[in-house]
Design a protein around this ligand. Sequence first.
Ligand code: ADP
Ligand code: MG
Ligand code: ZN
Length: 582
Amino acid sequence: TLSNALKSSVHGFQKDAVENWRRTDYPWSKKVEHVLNTVFKLQTFRLWQLETINVTLFGKDCILIMPTGGGKSLCFQLPAVVSEGITICVSPLIALVEDQIHQLHALDIDARAINSSTSKTDAAAIMNILNNPNQNHQMKILYVTPEKLAKSKTMMTKLQKLYEMKQFARLVIDEVHCCSTWGHDFRPDFKYLNIFKRLFPKLPLLGLTATATTKVIEDVKQILNIPHCVLFKAPFNRKNLYYEVWRKDSAKDCMEDLARVITQRFDKQSGIVYCLSQKDSEDVCGYLQSYGIKAGCYHASLTGRARTQVHEKWLKNEVHVICATIAFGMGIDKPDVRFVIHHSLSKTIENFYQESGRAGRDDKQSHCLLFFKYSDVFRLACMALAEKSGNGLKNLYSIVDYCLNETRCRRDCIAEHFDEVFQAGDCHKMCDVCSRIRKATKKNCRSDAQIIIDYLKNTVTSKNRLTALKLFEQTTKLVSLNREDHQRLILRLLLDRYIKEDFHLTPYNSICYLIPGPRATRVNDLQCEIYLDVIETNKIATTVVKETTTTAEQPRKKQNILTVPKPKLRWVNDDKKVVDKP
Ligand code: ADP
Ligand code: MG
Ligand code: ZN
C-alpha cells in the first residue's frame, strides 16, 4: 500500500523510494496538478520538482540541490498554494525576493516580505495576520531575511502560535548552503536557523541550493538538525557548454585578445564578461566599445536606474556584451547567452560554475572561457583572506588547480568538485582538454622548482620581501621554462605548499609576499616529483599562425565556434608576435 511504501522510503535513496515520490496518487496529487496548470500556468514538471513537492507535502524534510535556473522556486511556491497555512521562506537576497513577489502577484498569489526595506504599514499588516492566523487572509508565502527571524523574539513567539494552530505550513530555506562555512557564501545569521527543528519538530523543512558538495550538504543537515531528510540532486553537467581556459601572461594586457575573440567568434551575440573589480569592468567595457563592440557596464556602484537600463538593453540585444562584476547575476534569466568570459579568475569553482552557467540556458551550444592570469591569483588571495568562512584561500586554490590542469577533462574536474561521477567520454570534446589536437603531458619540474625555492630561501629577509611578481621576474633567467609555464610552476608550488603566502595587512591594503612553505626542503630530494601539465607548442603554433591570418583577413566573418579548432591566439608566443590588429 501507499503508506507502507512510504514508510520503507523514509530514510532512503533506494530506487523504489524515489519511485514513490514520483507517484501521482497522493491525496494532494490532483490539486497539485490543477494548481500547476491553472495558477502557475505550466504544463509539466521539470526534473525533481514533483518529487520535492511530494516529499514536502507529505511532511518530510527535504533538501533539493539543483543548478541555478533549474526551477527550485516552484518546489515551495506550489506547495504553499496547495497547503493550508503560511509558508515562511528564508532568503538572504532581498532583490531576488522582490522579483519573486512580483511574479507571484502576477499569478494572483498573496506573497509578502519582511526585511530591512519593508515599510512600517506593510510590516504592521503582516504582524496582524500572524497575530490572527485563523482569520480570513490570503497570505500564502512570507519571505524573511534570516536576521529578522530566529534572532527576533517577537517573530519567534508569533511562529510558535502559528505552529500550535497548525497554520505554519513549512519553513523553506533558499540558498541553504549559506548555513555552512564550507559553502562559498557563508552567512552567520543562517546558523540561528538551527533552533527550528528543535522548537517545531513536526514542521517540514525544505532547503534549496545550487551548491552540491557533500561536505556542505552534510554540514547543512547537521546544522538544521535534519539528518534523515530526503535529498534530491539534479545533475550538474551542462552538456551544451564548452569549457576552456586561456593561459595569459600577466605582463601582457589581455584586452586585445578579449576584443578579438568576441568579434571573431561571437560577433553580435549575447554574452557576459566577468571582471574582478568595478574598475576592471569599466576598463574592459571602454576597451570593447573602442573596438566597435556594443558593450555595457554593470556593477554595484552604478545607480539602480543605470543597472536596469543596461540590463534591459542587453535583454533586447541592443547591448551585446555586459562587462560586469559578480553583482550581475541574481535573477538573470536570458536564454540565449552564447558566451561567458571570465576576464579574471572566479573566487571558487562553485562561483565559476554558477557564473559560467548563465550561458546556454536555451540548451544551444555556448562557450565558457576563462582567462587565467598569474597576477589575478594574488589579487584574489588577498581578498580571500578576508572571507568570513575562513575557507577563502582553500576555495581559491581549488579553482587555481582547475586552471593549472591541462590533462584532465574540465567537466571531470567540475563533476568531481560536485561529488558527481563522470564517465570519461561524456564530454564529447566539449572542453579544451578533450578537443586538443596535441595532448598535454605531465612534466617533472623538480629542478626548476628547486631553483625557485632556493632563490626564495636565499633572498627573502625581513627587509627584502618578494611578491609573486618579483619572484617570477627575478627567477626568469634561471629556469628553463617559458614565461607561462614558469608562472604556472610557481602556482603549483604554492598549491602544494612548497611555497606559502606571507600576508602583510595594513588598514589600506594587503600584500601577499611569498616565502618557503612547509614542504620546501623536499625539492632537494632527487626522488621528489613535481608535475606540471605542459603542452608542446611548436607544432600547434604553426597551425595557429595560419588560422589567425585567415581570420585577420576576414575579421567580421562569423565562425562556428565548435568546429573551429579551439587553441588559437594563446599559442602565439608573445615574443614572436605574428598577429596583427584586425
Ligand atoms: P532556481 O531558483 O533553481 O535558480 P527558478 O525557480 O528561479 O530557478 O526558475 C528558473 C526559471 O524556470 C523561471 O523562469 C521559472 O519560471 C522557470 N520554470 C520553473 N519550473 C518550470 C517548469 N516546470 N516549466 C517551465 N518553466 C519552469
Ligand atoms: Mg532560486
Ligand atoms: Zn572534456
